[in-house]
Design a protein around this ligand. Sequence first.
Ligand code: 5GP
Ligand code: ZN
Length: 123
Amino acid sequence: MSLHPNADPHCIFCKIVAGQIPSRKVYEDDDIYAFHDIAPWAPVHFLLIPKQHIPSMAQVTPEHERLLGRMMVLAPKLALELGCRPYPEGGFRIIANTGADGAQEVHHLHLHVMGGPRPWARG
Ligand code: 5GP
Ligand code: ZN
């Protein structure tokens, strides 16, 4: 599959979206892709990303409102489908690491969605 028109050819998440690097898919539509984290911190740990290359939350603009809104609406739905327990006894964490101080390692905007019974490996 070819890279998205906005892709960064050096970005590993753009390559995952394009199917050039394998991933365990959780969800996909025209604009959004979700897949299991390769090094999970929690029993449920997946990443929700826009297909277009946006480096981080620091680059979002009003034109991304609908896209980010859709990601935030999808996150709880997918969390439950993947085994997170219902609120309030269960629940999940949604994290968007941003920049060096935010401990961001992959510079393609992503939401971590983590949940499941504790203890977790980290966090
Ligand atoms: P960050 O620190 O940038 O918020 O987190 C990046 C996340 O991407 C990490 O949790 C890491 O385990 C995950 N990750 C990095 N490379 C890959 C990969 O090739 N495949 C998958 N599935 N996850 C990855
Ligand atoms: Zn990218």
